[in-house]
Design a protein around this ligand. Sequence first.
Ligand code: TUI
Length: 315
Amino acid sequence: MISSPICDLLGIKYPIFQGAMAWISDAKLAAAVSNAGGLGIIAAGHAPASVVQEQIRTAKTLTDKPFGVNVMLMSPSVTEVAQMVAEEKVPVITTGAGSPAPYMKAWHEAGSLVIPVVPSSGIAKVVERLGAAAVVAEGGESGGHIGDLTTMALVPQVSDAVTIPVLAAGGIGDGRGFAAALMLGASGVQMGTRFLVAKECSIHQHYKDRILAAKDIDTISTGKRLGHPVRSLKSPFSRAFFEKEYDATVSNEELEKLGEGALRLAAQDGDEDKGCFMAGQIAGLIAAEQSAEEIITDVITEAEAILRKAPQWVA
Ligand code: TUI
C-alpha cells in the first residue's frame, strides 16, 4: 500500500491529484477522481465566479470526498473567484500562474488548505512562508502554462527548499513516473494529461483521439515571447502561432488575440484550426481511454511493483 503525508493531510486514499485544466476539469471529472481515492480538482480557468460556483455545488452532490478548486491567478475574474471559493469553504485550493499572496488570509480563515503550483524553489519558499499546506512543483514537461525547469531538476530542489510536502507534476503519466517522483523527494504527484482521456472527462472526442495517437515529439511550446509559454499538441493552430511568434511584423496584441478562446475551441469543438490542445510531453505514453478509477489503480499498482523491486538495484 502506498500512503504518504499528503494522504493524512487531505484525508485522501492515494497521493494523486488530477491537474486542473481550464475548460476541461469540471465537477464530473473532479468528483470521479475524488471518488476513486485521489484529489479531483475543478479548474476555474478564466470562468466567472458564478460558473465556478455552480461546478463546486455540483461536485458537492457527486462526492462526499475532499476535492479541490484551482484558481488561475491570471484570470480577469480572479478577485471574485477567490472570494467565492472562500465562501464555499472548498477543502483544498490550488493556484497557478502567479502569486496567491493576496488571497491567502481569506482562504485560511475559510479553513481551506492552500497548495500553490510553483515553477521554482524560490517561489516554493515564498508560499511556504505564506502558509501553504504543500506545493505542487510543476516542470516544463507539463501541458498548459509552463515554467523553465524540468521536473527532474525542479522536484529535488523544491524538496530541499521547503519542509511542507511536495507533489511532483509535469511528465508524470504512469506508475514509473509516480515511483520516480517519490525518488526525487515528492510525497505524491499531480497528473493532467493522463486524465484528459478519462471516461468521465467531457472534452471533444477528437481531443482524446489526438492524445491517444500522440508520439513523444508531438507537443510544442509557444508563447514565450508573450512571457507565458504554453505547451500543446502540434496542430495547424499551434504551428501557425509558432510562426507568427517569430515574425517581427506581428504585434504582441495580435498574438494575444490569436490565443483568445483557443482552449475552449479545442475542448468543446475539437477545432484543429483555431483550437489549442493543451497537453504534456507524456501524451505519447497514453494508450487507452479508461475510467478515473482504472487510471488511479493502474498508476498505483505499477508504482508499487516498481518500488517493491527497487532493493534489487543495491548489492
Ligand atoms: O498555471 C499553470 N498552467 C496553466 S494556466 C493555463 S490558462 C492560460 N491561458 C493562456 C495563457 C496562459 C495561461 C494553462 N495552463 N500551471 C501552474 C504554473 N504556475 N506554472 C507556472 C506557474 C507559476 C508562475 C509564476 C506560479 C507562480 C508564479 O509566480 C510568479 C510570481 O508572481 O511570483
